[in-house]
Design a binder for this molecule. Structure first.
Ligand SMILES: [Zn+2]
Length: 149
């Protein structure tokens, strides 16, 4: 039996998929829907556990502080993107607008991996693991990464 809790979030971002052959090579945006699933090896009904993997309010704060506040209304800039992407990023920086530098192309897959790694890094001193991140790029399309241990 594997017990998990999941919380949902939304955030808006602009991105472009440099070198892609389709429409997604254009600068455009999404309202991303994010589902974050947490687990813990064992919970008790005593002490600090109180029968919970994590308080939903605490999960919300962790995701908000480390992901949502950084990503929301930002341009997701791939550092190895095209000249056009680099010029757009430079203009955004010049005018003090929001930008997130990424080592990998800002596909739903790579953003989901970035999010699960960021959250687990922030939780490394706790007994809580983020075991799944599902990131909807559109209402009908999502990438999912699982980290069952
Ligand atoms: Zn897109």
């Amino acid at each position: 039996m594997k017990l998990t809790v999941t919380k949902e979030f939304t955030f808006d971002c602009a991105h472009m998929l440099s070198y892609h052959g389709g429409l997604c090579s254009n600068l455009h945006g999404h309202t991303y829907r994010l589902e974050v699933t947490a687990s813990k090896d064992e919970i008790t009904n005593e002490g600090s556990d109180e029968g919970m993997i994590i308080d939903f309010g605490d999960l919300k704060r962790i995701v908000k502080d480390s992901v949502i506040d950084k990503f929301d209304h930002s341009f997701l800039f791939w550092e190895s993107g095209s000249d056009a992407e680099r010029e757009i990023a430079e203009t955004i920086k010049k005018y003090g607008m929001r930008i997130v530098n990424l080592k990998d192309r800002p596909t739903a897959e790579n953003i989901a991996i970035y999010i699960i790694n960021t959250l687990n890094e922030n939780l490394k001193d706790s007994s809580i693991n983020i075991v799944k991140v599902r990131l909807y790029e559109t209402p009908t399309s999502y990438a999912e990464v699982k980290n069952y241990v």
